[in-house]
Ligand binder design. Sequence first.
Ligand code: FES
Length: 128
Amino acid sequence: MTRQIVAKASEVAPGTSKVVTVKGREIGLFNLDGGYFALANRCPHAGGPLCQGRIVALVQSEGPGHYRLARQQEFLRCPWHGWEFDIRTGQSWCDPNSTRARAFKVSVEPGATLVKGPYVAETFAVSV
Ligand code: FES
């Protein structure tokens, strides 16, 4: 896939996400403590709108009645059936060997490197 400019970094604050459309495909952008990640907004289980799910922590347990939350805000829970995916890789937590949400590479670059000048302001005719 070719590179696309999809959003300003400031539009996706740490701990939040934003769904953008690139060539007719919805893609969720995520900011995890300043690191940006992108997943297809299509759950590999049954096609649900994965990126509209809740951002959650990984729940770990060493036995009945004991649990702890790890990797806060690094997992995405699909709103349809609750499957959870690692936002960094798209890997399914319940079926890691065969199920993965499609992940896309994300980079943040200064606007001047993406769009070369000279810049021309848009003007409008005005009469008083
Ligand atoms: S469609 Fe996402 S868990 Fe079923």
